[in-house]
Structure formats: C-alpha cells, structure tokens
Design a protein around this ligand. Structure first.
Ligand SMILES: *[C@@H]1O[C@H](CO)[C@@H](O)[C@H](O)[C@H]1NC(C)=O
Ligand SMILES: *[C@@H]1O[C@H](CO)[C@@H](O)[C@H](O)[C@H]1NC(C)=O
Ligand SMILES: *[C@@H]1O[C@H](CO)[C@@H](O)[C@H](O)[C@H]1NC(C)=O
Length: 217
C-alpha cells in the first residue's frame, strides 16, 4: 500500500510500522533484527518501506490501514463483532466505552453459536467495566481473564490491542474507550479479512492467555 510506505517514512511512527508489520513474517523478522540492535529506528523504517502490499499477503484477501480521521476505531470494532459467527477473541487495555460493550453483548445475545474469549487489563477497569465483564461472564459462552500486576515480574500492562472475529481482525492503537473512539485521539487501525493475520494473532493470544499475568475474573 503506497500510503503505508509513505506513513512509515516518519520515524515517530516507526513503532506503528512494527505493528503494521505483524502481518508479514519477513518484516517481523526485520523488526526483531532491529530490536536486537537496541531498536534501530532508521533501520526499522528502511525495512518497513519494503512492506509488500497487503493484497499479496495470503492469496488476495488483505488488510486496510486507517487513521481515526478516515474510519472510527469504534466502527471497525462494531463491524468485527457483527461479522463473527463462531468466535470473538480480544486482548484489551482500556475497556470503558459503553457502546462497545453493548455491541459486544448484542453480538453474543443475537448469535447462539458465538463464543467470546477476552483478556482485559485489570488496573484500567472501572466499576462499569467490571460490571460489563461480569454480565458477559454470565453467558456460558464467554471466557474472560484479567491481566494483573505481578510485583517485579515486568509486562505489567497489557498494551497489546487486537480483536479476532473468525477471519476478520482489528488491531491498532485504539483502546475500547471514549477518548480513543470519539475523535479526541488520533489512532491507527489495521483491519480486514485475513486468515493469515487471524492465525498469527490467535497464536499470540494463546501466549497471553497462558501468561502468569492472566488470571480468572
Ligand atoms: C476462540 O478462539 C480462541 C483463540 O484461538 C480460543 O482460545 C478459544 O477457545 C476459542 N473459543 C471458542 C468458543 O471456540
Ligand atoms: C464467571 O463464570 C464462571 C462460570 O462460567 C464462574 O465460575 C465464575 O465465578 C464467574 N465469575 C464471575 C466474577 O462472575
Ligand atoms: C490507550 O492505551 C494506551 C496504552 O497503549 C494508554 O497509554 C493511553 O493512555 C490509552 N488512552 C486512553 C484514552 O485511554
């Protein structure tokens, strides 16, 4: 995608380019190389500029890349929930937007085949967020863990943000919060139908789920 390459020229966005690169294993490898050398940002964006077009990722399907000014992160989440037929799996940092909760709950209510598996960062949850999770948890089709602080262990905050709705994925900088989704913050979202991205993100999710920070509600 021409826009993506152009975007990746700005060093400030190099970290995002690493996120964009998630969908292409050769770039993931180059990001690892860059990280090994102490996060070599110029090297990173030089590598990211050779990102292949999303259309070539896995046989014609692909991902789009959108800033908040183009597509609201909330719209992409709602779209994801609405296309899911069997499984919504998500890793969430901040969960404080009621309409996102309602969209998720209504997907569960409307589709008796749908299972939901969530990990939500514990420390950012307020009273409402806890109630929503407890309500979701009442469905025997929801499985929820909270990502908790463990003293002196590192990786205390779950900043990894992604949702897998069968083969449709959304990942990016937006939280499930008002500021992320109302236009106050400029976010980037990577979203679309990609069996490849869904598989890779599921593998990442399994590692989070098995991590010592992830505990039952
Ligand atoms: C949904 O997918 C996740 C990630 O692969 C998995 O952990 C979970 O068990 C699945 N849930 C259902 C109901 O299939
Ligand atoms: C969530 O649901 C499980 C059973 O599906 C139950 O064991 C657990 O106590 C529930 N947790 C909360 C906080 O409601
Ligand atoms: C969203 O998440 C990031 C962590 O990735 C956090 O630092 C930021 O403050 C959050 N923004 C909002 C509006 O909650």
């Amino acid at each position: 995608m021409a826009e993506t390459r152009c975007f990746c020229k700005f060093q400030t966005f190099a970290v995002f380019c690493a996120v964009l690169a998630l969908s292409t294993s050769n770039v993931v490898a180059s990001v690892r190389v860059a990280a090994k050398g102490g996060v070599d940002l110029p090297g990173l964006h030089a590598q990211a500029s050779v990102l292949p077009s999303s259309a070539s990722l896995d046989g014609g399907d692909g991902l789009g890349y959108w800033l908040s000014t183009e597509v609201s992160p909330k719209w992409l989440l709602a779209k994801c929930f609405s296309v899911a037929k069997t499984n919504i799996t998500a890793s969430v940092y901040k969960f404080s937007d009621k309409s996102i909760y309602e969209a998720l709950q209504s997907a569960v209510d409307m589709n008796p085949e749908l299972g939901v598996t969530l990990i939500v960062n514990d420390e950012t949850l307020d009273h409402d967020g806890k109630e929503w999770l407890e309500h979701l948890n009442k469905s025997d089709r929801a499985d929820i863990k909270l990502w908790k602080d463990i003293k002196d262990s590192g990786f205390d905050k779950l900043h990894a943000k992604f949702v897998i709705c069968d083969d449709f994925v959304v990942l990016g900088s937006a939280n499930w919060s008002e500021n992320s989704c109302s236009g106050s913050n400029m976010e980037i979202s990577v979203a679309g139908t990609s069996a490849f991205a869904a598989r890779e993100l599921e593998a990442a999710f399994q590692k989070l789920w098995a991590n010592e920070h992830a505990s039952s509600l």
